[in-house]
Design a protein around this ligand. Structure first.
Ligand code: COA
Length: 184
């Protein structure tokens, strides 16, 4: 899948129900308990990840990395929030992070979403097509470094359509009820 890593012995596949505990453990170790206080997490509270867009990287049956996307709304537009994205510490710089995002972005093109937003380092995410939004264009429900708000259009003009307050897409009662909380 990635020519830069010829000895690749891992594969990216859709996350299944049996992966949930492993993904949660990976996010806990990558982001720590402070992850729940982040602005991006407020958009995930009580909301299920976007269906079909969660992927895991597996190697010899061991979970090495994970990416999920969350549905959000910006104005009247449906969009996605990328993250959490995490790769096991000892397995970084092998191309897993990029491959996970590429799988999610490819799948996201099939859905109703116009664009993907995230909060992160532009030099890394630019590798899969993200670029910085003009400061102040969109507003997270909490403090966020404006220079780290990045976006990627999934449809023509998808990113240009987005401005204003970012909101949760919908509340998923099943997720609320069991109190599951996942986020970066
Ligand atoms: C960010 C993360 C997912 C990257 O995963 P990864 O599998 O190591 O990434 P890849 O192997 O696909 O890409 C590695 C390349 O990106 C570069 N890179 C990684 N993080 C970077 C960053 N923050 N800024 C710029 N470049 C970065 C590496 O230097 C490497 O460059 P190279 O290919 O020239 O050697 C991983 O470091 C991680 O889990 N970090 C902790 C959790 C986190 O911060 N997640 C992102 C926020 S949601």
């Amino acid at each position: 899948m990635n020519d830069a890593h010829p000895a690749q012995s891992w594969q990216v596949r859709p996350e299944g129900p049996d992966d949930a505990a492993g993904v949660e453990a990976l996010n806990r170790s990558a982001f720590g308990p402070g992850r729940f206080a982040k602005s991006a997490y407020r958009l995930r509270e009580g909301v299920a990840p976007a269906p079909g867009l969660s992927f895991v990287a597996m190697e010899d049956g061991v979970l090495r990395g994970s990416v999920r996307f969350w549905p959000i709304r910006v104005g009247g537009h449906e969009a996605l929030l990328l993250g959490p994205l995490a790769v096991e510490m000892a397995q970084r710089n092998r191309g897993l992070g990029i491959a996970l995002m590429q799988a999610g972005i490819e799948a996201a093109h099939q859905g109703p979403w116009g664009a993907i937003l995230l909060v992160g380092d532009e030099p890394y995410y630019a590798r899969v097509g993200f670029s910085r939004l003009p400061p102040g264009r969109v507003k997270f429900p909490g403090p966020v470094d404006q220079n780290r708000i990045l976006g990627l259009s999934l449809k023509a003009g998808g990113l240009l359509n987005l401005s204003g307050q970012i909101r949760r897409a919908h509340i998923d009662d099943a997720v609320c009820a069991d109190g599951a909380g996942l986020g970066s």
